[in-house]
Structure formats: structure tokens, C-alpha cells
Design a protein around this ligand. Sequence first.
Ligand code: NAD
Ligand code: ZN
Length: 378
Amino acid sequence: MKALVYEGPRKVTVKEMPDAKIERPNDVLVKITTTNICGSDLHMYEGRTNMESGRILGHENLGVVTEIGKGVERIKVGDRVCLPFNIGCGFCKNCERGLTGFCLTANPGVAGAAYGFAGMGPYSGGQAEYLRVPFGDFNCLVLPPDSEEKENDYVMLSDIFPTGYHATELAGVLPGESVVIYGAGPVGLMAALSAQIRGASKIMVVDTHPDRLKLAEKIGAIAVDDTDGNSAERILEMTGGEGADRGCECVGYQCTCKGHEVPNATMNNLIKAVRPTGGIGVVGVFVAEDPKAEDELAKKGQVALDFGQLWMKGQKIATGQANVKAYNRRLRDLIAAGKAKPSQIISHELPLEQAADGYKHFDERAEGWTKVVLKPAA
Ligand code: NAD
Ligand code: ZN
């Protein structure tokens, strides 16, 4: 099969790879029809993780079931399914509680497994013609009859829509509250959409890219350009000096300030811009070590946090991978009902063959490259 292979920093190639196949009785084999490039792929693409060369990337996957293992009961050949980026077993202590981003058995020794992802187990990604889905009955989200027509909406259920929602859940957004979101990438934009769904009264999205901020405005948020680095002060002004009720971090450890990576920039801005006793949800990825960081602390996975401020303000911080399965069913039904349209942020739809080009432009945050979806079957 054709697949996109990571070959080293900023080098990905579409080439022939061994076909994905059923390996265990509870596996499902999916022919991929849409697979996205994610901001998480960029950490790997840039060589800022311990991703091994030779592996297939891609964790935002949707397709048609072409084969099922002997032990699969619920999923049938021909089902159109969207796969959460996290692989859960369904029966461990965490999966049982809905915390499928922290499955304890799919990637023994680490809490959490995913397709084509550094440190998340040996599973191949879906930027390919076929994908092996472990624990198929548990992991496949079956899509409704309009799944072809709304394919570009439903594919966002694999990651960024539930992840944006998770950011608002971790922050504790309630109807009528104000929310500040750092990052207007795909995840931040989905957090803005989710804050709308949850009934926020005021949504402020911070970034430096005008094209991305425009999309935030389209979703109904107030755009805050942080080119001058004064966004936290502006959020305070916009909230009567008090601060936003809730904050979402949708950038991660490679966040920048005036063109340089400053790993504590977004977190300390959030501590400043959120009100006393407010909540901060952090879905932007932070890593346990980052040997290629410029910053000495960041090399060891540490962040110089304004902890005294946080403590004085009595704020809460919650973090981690999104438990996609905790939300994807309900968000699917919002799409089906025409009440959410996450595909609105897609900028490029490319055949798999052009994936390397997609990576290059998305990685450069080139103007107009917001979200790339790949079509292996095209
Ligand atoms: P992206 O890189 O396209 O978007 C990040 C945005 O943040 C960019 O638009 C950038 O301009 C902006 N930014 C950089 N520094 C900033 C700063 N100091 N203040 C405000 N904005 C700043 O990526 P994405 O796809 O939107 O993903 C965002 C993060 O979420 C990544 O770290 C990704 O790995 C992570 N992620 C986490 C999960 C999860 O389950 N927790 C799932 C998907 C993605
Ligand atoms: Zn992703």
C-alpha cells in the first residue's frame, strides 16, 4: 500500500509499504478515505520528538471497514467509521472511566496509545491506503448515512474537534462565562467552536496569524493579535480588569513569542489573563524532554511557571491528551443535526501523493494553510 513515511526531520515521503492487515482477532481493517495532518504531526515532522524513522504517520483517520477479525462482533464490513486518535482497550482502569487517552494496556508501560505517534506505541498511522484498528469494536465510531456528504466534518471527530472540546471541559466552561483561548490553529479554533456550543458569552482567541484569527472571528470569537506580546493585558482590559473565567492552552511546548520559542509564554499569559479561581485547560502538547530546545529548562521538559501567581489566584490547571471517545458520539450527533460544522477550518484537500507538500506548508504556518486533509483513495 502507499503510505506517508517519516524519514527524519522535515523529511516525509509517500512510498510503498507492506499492507496493513488483521493481526489479532479483535482488529478491524479500514480503507482510509480521509486522513488529516495535525499540529501534533508537526512536532514529529520537525524532529522534536523521539519518533523513529521509517514509521507511517497519521492519527486523524476516517474510512470504510474492509475486513474484520474473528472476534469482532459489532463492526461490519462496509461500515463507515471514524477512529479516535487514541487507541483504547476498553477494559483497563482508565478506559473503564472514559479516560481512553490514558489506556493502560494498549501501550504497556505508558498510559496512552495512538496511531503513528511518538512514544504512543508501535501502531502505524493512517496517512496510508489502509489502517489496522486494534480493539475494533471499542474504537470504531460508526457514522450515519450522511457520512460521505459530511466526510470532512466527521473526520474532525478523530482528534481536533473532541480535543478542542476537551480543552473547554478541562477549563470547566459554563454557559455565560468568558473564555480566552491561546492558539488559533485547528485545535484552538475547535476550542472556540466548542466554547460556543457550551454557551460561552465571550470568546477571545489569541494568535499572531491574521488568516487564522479571521477564522476565529468567523466562529464568533474576538480575535486578539499577540504580535506585540501584550495579549494578557488586553484580555484583562476586555474583562473589566478581572480576567476571563476560563482559559484554554491550544499551542503547546513550541509556543513562540516574537518569533522565538518561549516555552512558558502561553501558560504564564493564561495565569495572568484568567480570573482568580478560574480554570485553565491545557491540550497543547508539552513533553517530558526536549533535547533540541533552546531553553535549558525545556531540554529537561520543565517550564518556568508563575506558580506564585497561580497559587495566589487559586486557579486550577488540568492537562493531557483528549479522551476522544468521551465526546465523539455526541459531537457526531451535532454534526448530523447540522448544529456544528468543523470542516469550516479546512484550507486544503490533497491526494495522499501530495502529503509532503502539505506538511511543508502547514509546518511553515504559511498564509492560508490552516488544516490539510488528505484523500488516499482519490
Ligand atoms: P498549530 O501548530 O497549527 O497551531 C498552533 C497555533 O498557536 C499557531 O497558529 C501559532 O501561531 C499559535 N501560537 C504560537 N505561539 C503562540 C503564543 N505564544 N500565543 C498564542 N498563539 C501562539 O497546531 P494545532 O493542530 O492547532 O495543535 C495545537 C497543539 O495541540 C499542538 O501542541 C498539538 O500537538 C496539540 N494537540 C493536542 C491534542 C491532545 O489530545 N491534547 C490533540 C491534538 C493536538
Ligand atoms: Zn491530531
